[in-house]
Ligand binder design. Structure first.
Ligand code: ATP
Length: 208
């Protein structure tokens, strides 16, 4: 099973990296593909350019053999719908099942995603909990009700090709890209929020 972590990664930080590793280990995923969004359909345009966000992802995961930077959303034109991304991954990895990794905030907005039901025809979904102090941590009851029949434990998920939802506890890291960009604007240090290789890119290319 392949894990898919989509995001703006503006910039990528330890809140993405450590939690992806937690999910990978819990579900024995063969790899995790980090897919920077080209044109986010559900939120504002990212601050950094797509290629800069891809470069930061590449820098962050360099050396972690089973973490892969996937540029398909950046290469594609138009809004980056996850359903299209999963369909294209399914073509490339015919014999593998896919598992879409979502933070609580992403999960809560799932109902608004383009053709969200088709997403579950193509993949399983694993939800990782955001830090408890985050107001977004509460799960959206409406989405939970919609998915009630699909919720399974980790072992069942491992045996399912698609259509199942499970919840995985992850390391609680109260880090967000928004905070990092804010700190940077205020000339506060962003050291230890993200890998040094990403910090170096931000400095060298004056990304923010
Ligand atoms: P921003 O602050 O700009 O909204 P972000 O830090 O939330 O960005 P995204 O690139 O939007 O980062 O997130 C990609 C995915 O990673 C989403 O599913 C999000 O819920 C999840 N995620 C981001 N930060 C964390 C964190 N600290 N812990 C767990 N999951 C996270």
């Amino acid at each position: 099973m392949i894990g898919i972590l989509g995001g703006t990664f503006d910039p990528i930080h330890y809140g993405h990296l450590r939690t992806a590793l937690d999910v990978q280990q819990c579900l024995s995923l063969s790899e995790v593909r980090f897919i920077p969004c080209g044109e986010p359909p559900h939120r504002n345009k990212p601050v950094a350019e797509p290629l800069q966000r891809l470069a930061m992802v590449r820098a962050a995961i360099a050396g972690e053999k089973t973490f892969v930077a996937d540029d398909r959303e950046i290469r594609r034109h138009g809004p980056s719908y996850m359903v299209d991304t999963l369909a294209s991954l399914k073509k490339d990895f015919k014999s593998e099942s896919l598992c879409l990794i979502l933070g609580t905030d992403a999960f809560n907005g799932l109902e608004q995603w383009y053709q969200w039901q088709r997403i579950l025809d193509l993949a399983n979904i694993v939800v990782m909990q955001r830090p408890a102090c985050d107001s977004k941590v509460k799960l959206n009851k409406r989405v939970l009700t919609l998915l009630k029949q699909r919720i399974v434990d980790v072992d069942t998920m491992k045996r399912s090709d698609n259509g199942k939802v499970c919840f995985v506890p992850v390391t609680q890291l109260d880090i967000s890209a928004t905070t990092i960009r804010q700190y940077w604007q205020e000339n506060k240090s962003i050291h230890f929020f993200l890998p040094d290789s990403v910090l170096t890119l931000i400095q060298q290319q004056n990304i923010y």
